[in-house]
Design a protein around this ligand. Structure first.
Ligand SMILES: [Fe+2]
Ligand SMILES: [Fe+2]
Length: 222
């Protein structure tokens, strides 16, 4: 009998925990920033928070939390097309756990479309997942606490001391505020995040909002 799935059940499932760890290790070996439990937790928390703040129903809020938590497991196979591979892996796993088919589809559609290279935003859950995922840049994602010399992703992430997402519901604005130090620069941030910023703008529009990025007190895309 299908049953309502909760983030708590997802977080404690041994298969999913193993997949998140394996994905993180596969990316660590290639020099990517953290994609483990911390990133999964951040994206889960803020994807659900965005929909909660915009008064989406409890089911959408919980499914956004679930999609956010598992969105990167495809990296356990390959970074290439990891959204689609992750969605294909989740489909049987979530069904076996007793999740209703409609909820499984909502999660795999979001996961399969979260990557900026090929993702298309067709649901509020996808939109919230995209914004939460692309907003997770911070010093704590740099492995071993030190940026690798010459690695722009490490340098940008290491420079970010504060990183906040918030929703102004009356004005329909989703704010992403960053404070970064001189380890990197706004130009370097935009060099690696421009495509992701454009995807966040599309995601916000899907939610009938605008997306405003502010770095060190300056509006970047306003
Ligand atoms: Fe991803
Ligand atoms: Fe991610």
């Amino acid at each position: 009998m299908p049953q309502t799935m909760t983030l708590d059940r997802i977080r404690t499932d041994p298969n999913l925990r193993t997949l998140i760890d394996a994905a993180n290790q596969h990316l660590a070996a290639q020099g990517f920033t953290d994609h483990g439990e911390r990133h999964a937790g951040f994206v889960s928390r803020f994807a659900s928070e965005i929909l909660r703040c915009l008064d989406y129903d409890a089911r959408d809020v919980e499914l956004a939390a679930i999609a956010g938590y598992v969105h990167d497991i495809g990296n356990s196979i390959s970074r290439v097309n990891h959204g689609v591979s992750g969605a294909c892996m989740l489909f049987p796993l979530l069904l076996q756990m007793g999740m209703p088919m409609a909820d499984v589809l909502a999660v795999v559609t979001a996961v399969g479309n979260h990557d900026e290279d090929i993702g298309v935003i067709t649901s509020p859950i996808t939109a919230a997942l995209v914004i939460a995922d692309k907003a997770d840049a911070s010093r704590s994602r740099v492995r071993n606490g030190t940026p690798e010399p010459g690695d722009i992703h490490d340098r940008v992430n290491f420079a970010i001391e504060r990183n906040r997402l918030s929703v102004d519901k009356p004005r329909r604005v989703i704010y992403h505020r960053i404070e970064m130090d001189a380890t990197s620069s706004i130009m370097e941030y935009l060099t690696i995040y421009m495509q992701r910023l454009a995807m966040c703008e599309r995601a916000a529009r899907f939610l009938a909002c605008t997306f405003e990025l502010n770095i060190n007190g300056r509006s970047i895309n306003g």
